[in-house]
Design a protein around this ligand. Structure first.
Ligand SMILES: *[C@@H]1O[C@H](CO)[C@@H](O)[C@H](O)[C@H]1NC(C)=O
Ligand SMILES: *[C@@H]1O[C@H](CO)[C@@H](O)[C@H](O)[C@H]1NC(C)=O
Ligand SMILES: *[C@@H]1O[C@H](CO)[C@@H](O)[C@H](O)[C@H]1NC(C)=O
Ligand SMILES: *[C@@H]1O[C@H](CO)[C@@H](O)[C@H](O)[C@H]1NC(C)=O
Ligand SMILES: *[C@@H]1O[C@H](CO)[C@@H](O)[C@H](O)[C@H]1NC(C)=O
Ligand SMILES: *[C@@H]1O[C@H](CO)[C@@H](O)[C@H](O)[C@H]1NC(C)=O
Length: 499
């Protein structure tokens, strides 16, 4: 394979035109965190004209961000889930916002042939924005597909409504369509497709795969895209509500990129009053750019360079055996364990009573080991090591194995696991590991102020999450967040037979 090496920035400066066969080692990625203009506080029936008016107002803002990204040399930009209309809907009130989105195999450039599949002004506009700015555009919109009695799954209103990601290439050609499979529980306005769709497309800067928001917690299609179809980069529109200590957007999405050893372009909606903020450009060895802003109401553009094929890069992290180190540790017997809740799951905790030491805490089949050395340990700050091995059952059913070091919300042990966003205690050293039964473990390090720590910690191939030189800010949590997919209950669609 002849790889035509070329530095992208240089190519732009020199005004060179790339031969279409040129393969690029790196590319410039953009994500835009968008403060969506919503439909209102309660669902409302509106006309198609009113629906288009609102979507175009949101698109005006997205178009500005896309133009800016293109001017900064971005090859591709991801915009958030629900970015055109928000989430305040019933099935019925969503209908005027939907378009019939064909299978991309039809070979269609909506900007050139806007009427080919009926009236599709939103698809036409997205395609033109991509074409005019010569950039791949990833957007999220609603698809409608009529159905009838010959299909036993057909909803009573005679149509499927899908939460859909669409992709247009630099010429405005429609290249990918993905229907979200794992709908969040409150998404009654949408239907799940009958099977998870594995959607990928190739470019001169790598192979891409798509999924949406809640999909990231489940095996399909997310893990299959990476492990089986071997995509280089995941495109991830989301409308993510942050949940401390383990499921804030920047923390979890960057950890997924590291655990899966893949690039992730995560674009979140921005609405701090609903805990929605946190977007990023994540590489397998850490975040390249991220944005977390719980204060302002403004959107934000991120642009950063990534490897086109991270698995071929000399800095690509080695595969990890997540239990290898932990299974060699002999726990020292101790007492004083207690239990506490994190996001409705009952953990076993043990307090870090000394400034430095070795600690083990076990639950079920999982034992978590921590070696640590604190500095500037504050009297009023309590840290615990926690273990959880069980099925999470609130807002989705999924099996977890988690080892976590975290700061309790106050000096009272009963507050361990409750949300807290600031800390003063630093760690000079930590090594966290666990006897995981799964090889899907996502390493999280979250610092005071809900900040990431790219380059300040490492995952060793024996499964230790370590920092040797300490982190730049005090620690909120250091976590190995494991998913044991084989122990999940069946997908609700398959369970009930109803979408
Ligand atoms: C929308 O209109 C339908 C009748 O066409 C009505 O049944 C429904 O309650 C209305 N929904 C809202 C939220 O007003
Ligand atoms: C409805 O059913 C008929 C007969 O079964 C079929 O020919 C037609 O294509 C169906 N229409 C849709 C929209 O599925
Ligand atoms: C992408 O390219 C690879 C070979 O480079 C090929 O095997 C694969 O089928 C292509 N995928 C798509 C979606 O075109
Ligand atoms: C990981 O390491 C453990 C302990 O050394 C070993 O038993 C297990 O087979 C390894 N797992 C894999 C997938 O290599
Ligand atoms: C923790 O364990 C390591 C070996 O696993 C040992 O070298 C170290 O001295 C221990 N630290 C403390 C404070 O006990
Ligand atoms: C830790 O710091 C020392 C001295 O500054 C440096 O030589 C070493 O490479 C650092 N280690 C890591 C893992 O960053």
């Amino acid at each position: 394979m002849a790889i035509f090496q070329l530095h992208i920035c240089a190519a732009f400066l020199m005004g060179m035109i790339l031969p279409s066969s040129a393969l690029e080692d790196t590319f410039i990625a953009a994500v835009y965190e968008h403060a969506v203009i919503l439909t209102g506080d309660t669902p409302r029936n509106v006309s198609r004209a009113e629906a288009l008016e609102l979507m175009n107002r949101n698109l005006d803002i997205l178009e500005g961000a896309i133009k800016t990204a293109a001017q900064q040399g971005a090859h591709i930009i991801v915009t958030p889930e629900d970015a055109l209309y928000g989430w305040v809907f019933t099935r019925e009130t969503l209908y005027p916002y939907l378009e019939n989105i064909p299978d991309p195999q039809v070979d269609w450039t909506p900007c050139n042939e806007p009427k080919r599949f009926g009236s599709n002004p939103i698809q036409g506009r997205l395609s033109c924005i991509a074409k005019e700015n010569s950039i791949y555009v990833v957007a999220n919109m609603g698809d409608k597909k009529p159905c009838n009695r010959s299909d036993p799954q057909c909803p009573s209103d005679g149509r499927y409504q899908y939460n859909t990601d669409v992709v247009y290439d630099t010429e405005g050609k429609f290249v990918a369509r993905y229907h979200k499979f794992n709908l969040f529980m409150s998404e009654h306005q949408f239907d799940s497709p009958p099977e998870p769709e594995l959607v990928t497309f190739n470019t001169t800067f790598g192979k891409f795969g798509l999924f949406t928001c809640f999909d990231i917690l489940f095996h399909d299609p997310a893990v299959t895209l990476v492990r089986k179809l071997q995509v280089d980069t995941i495109l991830f529109p989301t409308a993510w509500m942050n949940v401390l200590p383990h499921l804030t957007a920047v923390e979890f999405h960057s950890a997924w990129a590291m655990g899966m050893r893949v690039n992730v372009l995560a674009s979140n909606t921005h609405r701090p009053s609903l805990s929605m903020t946190g977007s990023g450009i994540y590489a397998p060895d850490g975040s390249r750019a991220y944005h977390y802003d719980a204060e302002s109401e403004k959107g934000h553009l991120l642009v950063a360079e990534l490897d086109s094929h991270p698995s071929l890069s000399p800095t690509h992290p080695a595969p990890v055996n997540w239990s290898s180190y932990a299974t060699t540790i002999k726990p020292v017997p101790k007492d004083g364990d207690f239990t506490g809740l994190i996001f409705f799951d009952e953990y076993t905790f043990s307090e870090l009573a000394k400034e430095a030491g070795n600690l083990t805490v076990c639950q079920g089949a999982l034992c978590c080991h921590l070696s640590y050395k604190m500095t500037e340990k504050q009297e009023n700050e309590v840290y615990v090591l926690g273990a959880f091995d069980g099925l999470h059952e609130v807002e989705g059913n999924y099996y977890l194995q988690i080892c976590t070091l975290l700061k309790c919300a106050s000096a009272d042990q009963q507050t361990c696991g409750q949300p807290v966003t600031t800390a003063h205690t630093r760690f000079d050293f930590f090594s966290l590991s666990g006897t995981f039964s799964t090889n899907y473990v996502f390493p999280e390090v979250l610092l005071s102020g809900v900040q990431l720590a790219p380059g300040e910690f490492q995952v060793l191939s024996d499964g230790q999450l370590v920092t040797h030189n300490g982190t730049s800010k005090p620690v909120l949590t250091v976590t190995l967040w494991g998913r044991w997919y084989e122990k999940d209950p069946p997908h609700p669609y398959i369970l009930s037979g109803v979408p």
